[in-house]
Design a protein around this ligand. Structure first.
Ligand code: SF4
Ligand code: SF4
Length: 351
């Protein structure tokens, strides 16, 4: 077994937060139509984050992802990244790229970050800008992408798939390949963290989901993810993954905004201790008991990437099924049978 997998398994079983996603600010200079972040003016000071990073290091965290809002709106961002790197964290940054110039890119290079994820919605300027709501964003983002490539930063181009950009997603794949960088295409648009379902109206249609998962390259990747074991529905959230919001609240995952505690009032190790009722409840989930329908009754289960966070955001409960996950699972099953077996296992799947 690979070392990374072993590390994952140990921390998962021992509930050590190997991964932490930190939302350094909810402020953003763009206004993307599908964004899940609820904006507020809650930027905590540098020293707060430094002490949180020290706590994270002491309880075994290794991978730190810094996200926003837009993290480069913070004046202290390089001090924060540098502090995290000096503590030995593998640091990944999520950004829209619009505030990055050559000097900043060179500084990031020196800081030896693990990955830089830049969101790009289209290679068509107008289409990209119509998602971000800023007419100058495409040029700035493209400039950052080219600077990152020129300076050999570990760049990842990230593209949420929306109704508007879906027809042209293959262009982004070709572009990323030409640049020799990793890309992520994500068809799952989540509700806002306050349960507002508005972003979901931008989701691609079922027909386009089928086209997407049937795409040769995507199919291979996605097929590998389908699984049918018991652990299927027990994810890392609250076990070896946690997330911290820009106002210091601790969540099991950024996609699962149940408040476990407040770092302005409590220590992280106390928030994550088994004495915390919520943490205990989360870690004691038994799929066959708690997700009875999904686990015992559903014929799509082995194709389902059921996300407890999305279930919670859509239903305000973690126990039911949820339309987004069900729809994806159906599509994945259909594509699987068409590709692997040459026929559908049922006559009409959407009846
Ligand atoms: S399945 Fe959902 S809640 Fe669990 S770690 Fe993944 S995104 Fe977070
Ligand atoms: S497809 Fe829907 S009902 Fe089936 S396991 Fe997934 S979330 Fe549950």
């Amino acid at each position: 077994m690979r070392v990374a997998q072993q590390l994952f398994n140990i921390t998962f079983n021992e509930c050590i937060p190997l991964d932490c996603i930190v939302e350094l600010t909810s402020k953003c200079n763009l206004d993307c139509i599908h964004c899940y972040v609820v904006k507020s003016c809650d930027t905590l000071p540098t020293d707060f984050w430094k002490s949180v990073f020290l706590e994270l290091r002491d309880i075994g965290c290794l991978y730190l992802t810094l996200t926003g809002g837009e993290i480069f709106l913070r004046n202290d961002i390089f001090e924060v990244i540098s502090f995290a790197r000096n503590l030995g964290f593998c640091v990944t940054l999520f950004t829209n790229g619009t505030l990055l110039d050559e000097e900043k890119i060179k500084t990031l290079k020196k800081l030896n970050i693990y990955e830089l994820h830049i969101s790009l919605y289209s290679l068509n300027e107008e289409e990209h800008n119509s998602v971000t709501g800023d007419k100058r964003s495409f040029r700035k983002t493209m400039k950052a992408i080219h600077l990152a490539v020129k300076n050999k930063l570990p760049l990842v181009i990230k593209t949420p798939l929306l109704k508007s950009n879906f027809p042209n997603y293959k262009g982004i794949v070709k572009f990323a390949k030409r640049l020799g960088v990793r890309y992520i295409l994500d068809p799952l648009i989540t509700p806002k963290s306050n349960h507002d379902l508005a972003p979901q109206k931008y989701r691609i249609s079922v027909d386009n989901l089928i086209k997407f998962y049937s795409d040769g390259e995507i199919f291979v990747k996605e097929y590998l993810k389908a699984n049918n074991n018991k652990e299927n529905f027990i994810c890392s959230a609250g076990r070896n993954l946690i997330s911290i919001s820009s106002n210091g609240l601790v969540y099991p995952c950024l996609q699962f905004p149940v408040v476990l505690g407040d770092l302005k009032k409590s220590k992280l190790k106390d928030i994550l201790s088994d004495k915390n009722n919520l943490i205990r409840k989360l870690r004691n989930i038994q799929p066959e008991r708690d997700f009875y329908y999904c686990y015992k009754m559903c014929s799509y289960r082995e194709f389902c990437l059921r996300c407890i966070g999305i279930v919670y955001l859509e239903n305000r409960s973690i126990y039911s099924s949820t339309s987004s996950c069900c729809q994806l699972a159906r599509v994945r099953k259909e594509v699987y049978y068409k590709k692997k077996k040459g026929a559908l296992p049922w006559e009409t799947i959407y009846a």
